[in-house]
Design a binder for this molecule. Structure first.
Ligand SMILES: Cc1ncc(COP(=O)(O)O)c(C=O)c1O
Ligand SMILES: N[C@@H](CCOP(=O)(O)O)C(=O)O
Length: 469
């Protein structure tokens, strides 16, 4: 399998090099040159497989040529062996044909564990084989950070730096990052928002001189391996609901467009998906595109669903690439316009074609709380605010009541007690055993200005097991 950049100018790479590349050298994102496509019979034959075995079948074509089957199987078995629910991603029924796919039974209680538990193991495998050390710089609005630290903390050959927006993540999210100690783990709170953190990561790929020859790796969903691992649970959910004989719809709480892009790929790989709903919070650039063909930046607002407080949505570029017939030059042009502050629309025909699959809704904080309260009253289930946005969007945008609607349950509500309390839910939420004393643990974190040079200087000072590079 070869991977090409969405901007058409970077060299094509194999899986191992894509895993270690992050952003392409032309600033684009890597995508498979040819997407594998499974037959309906093949997909049907996977019904009832344990999650790690399904994961092997779905992801195998992407790693072929880089990771031998036996090694990949072992890595996957270990990866999903750390999840606390035997079904790994159980489906919980809300209503007749409405389901929440619970993606929060991994170690950090959010869907990020599905990919980052795997990414840490893949990095370990590849770096040991190569005898190479790398630096990771990641940006988080709350969940990627802890999942990346948890996934990489034991990696001998990795120093990890996680940037989060100072005072813009929940207390539980922050502590899940800042209470994990290790000479290779560094938490930095940036006096800015998530987009600032993400831009610093992307700019660091563009000029890596501060790393003095050490390779920079991404843990954000710009890294193809993140998206790859998230494709699996669409197959897993659909197979439990009668797929592929029956099609299924998904409503996806969306920020960086990684999770829903994985659903789009699952469909292109042969899984019958009827509808994909882009569910955003007040930071609604993706909803404005899907509903009105306008991709224009606005001010980023802090909301009760902080993990989706994102305006510059990385993976949207991967969708645009397909929408434009995989024309890298066209994407480079659009991205340059966007980076210089301009918005854009796409050709009306391309947009109408895309809308055949995608619908969207922006949900504000008041509606988020109403939905948490409504679902609690109906079912006794407490939703986290991100999942609640997915439920609200599913209920508003659903095209057919006959087709099962799966809402991606992207985080556990215990990570967001403020929203749950604001929604008027009285039920006490308990942290799981491994985090039970989280609120009493010592924290370590460095606060830095919103200044790329300051961050790069910090990385360069601490990038070799706490010592200078
Ligand atoms: C809990 C939660 N829900 C939804 C999202 C949005 O996912 P994506 O950025 O892949 O669109 C995120 C962050 O990315 C998240 O942490
Ligand atoms: N919501 C994310 C933001 C980063 O997105 P990613 O999927 O690109 O890593 C977070 O919680 O950190």
């Amino acid at each position: 399998m070869r991977y090409i950049s969405t901007r058409g100018q970077a060299p094509a790479l194999n899986f191992e090099d894509v895993l270690l590349a992050g952003l392409a050298t032309d600033g684009g994102l890597y995508v498979p040159e040819n997407l594998p496509r499974f037959t309906q019979e093949e997909i049907a034959s996977w019904a009832g497989l344990p999650y790690h075995e399904l994961a092997f079948r779905v992801m195998r074509p992407f790693v072929t040529g880089s990771i031998p089957d036996a090694d990949f199987k072992k890595i996957l078995e270990e990866t999903y062996g750390v999840f606390s629910h035997s079904a790994i991603a159980p489906l919980r029924q809300l209503n007749g044909n409405e389901w929440v796919l619970e993606l929060f039974h991994g170690p950090t209680l959010a869907f990020k564990d599905f990919a980052l538990q795997l990414l840490g193991r893949l990095l370990d495998y590849v770096l040991q084989k190569r005898g190479e050390r790398v630096v990771i710089i990641g940006a988080t609005s709350g969940d990627t950070g802890s999942a990346a630290i948890e996934g990489c903390k034991h990696c001998e050959n990795v120093d990890i730096f996680i940037l989060h927006p100072h005072q813009r993540v929940s207390e539980v999210q922050r502590r899940q990052m800042t209470t994990i100690f290790g000479e290779n783990i560094h938490n930095i709170a940036i006096e800015g928002n998530f987009d600032d953190c993400q831009e610093m990561v992307k700019n660091s790929f563009a000029d890596q001189s501060f790393l003095k020859g050490t390779r920079l790796v991404a843990v954000n969903s710009i890294n193809w391996a993140r998206i790859m691992a998230q494709i699996v649970y669409y197959f897993h959910a659909a197979l439990q609901l009668g797929g592929p004989a029956r099609s299924v719809s998904f409503s996806v709480p969306t920020g960086n467009f990684g999770d829903i892009f994985a659903g789009y790929l699952a469909r292109n790989m042969g899984l019958p998906i009827n509808q994909l709903i882009v569910a955003t919070n007040r930071n609604d650039i993706l909803h404005r595109f899907m509903s009105g063909n306008q991709y224009v930046k606005e001010t980023l607002h802090a909301t009760l669903s902080p993990s989706m407080d994102i305006m510059v949505s990385s993976n949207f570029e991967r969708l645009l690439f397909d929408m434009h017939g995989r024309n890298g030059a066209a994407i480079a042009g659009l991205m340059d316009t966007f980076k210089s502050g301009g918005g854009f629309s796409v050709d009306e025909e391309r947009w109408t074609e895309t809308r055949k699959l995608f619908d969207s809704l922006a949900v504000d904080d008041a509606q988020t709380c109403e939905t948490i309260a409504e679902v609690y009253a109906q079912t006794g289930e407490v939703l986290d605010p991100h999942t609640a946005i997915g439920v609200k969007a599913a209920r508003e945008c659903r095209r057919s009541l006959d087709i099962p609607m799966v809402i991606l349950g992207t985080a556990h509500p215990v990570k967001f007690p403020d929203a749950v309390v604001k929604a008027g839910v009285g039920k006490a939420l308990e942290l799981p055993v491994h985090l039970v004393d989280l609120l009493e643990r010592e924290e370590r974190c460095t606060v830095l200005a919103n200044d790329l040079k300051a961050v790069q200087a910090f990385v360069s000072q601490h990038g070799n097991r706490g010592k200078p590079l």
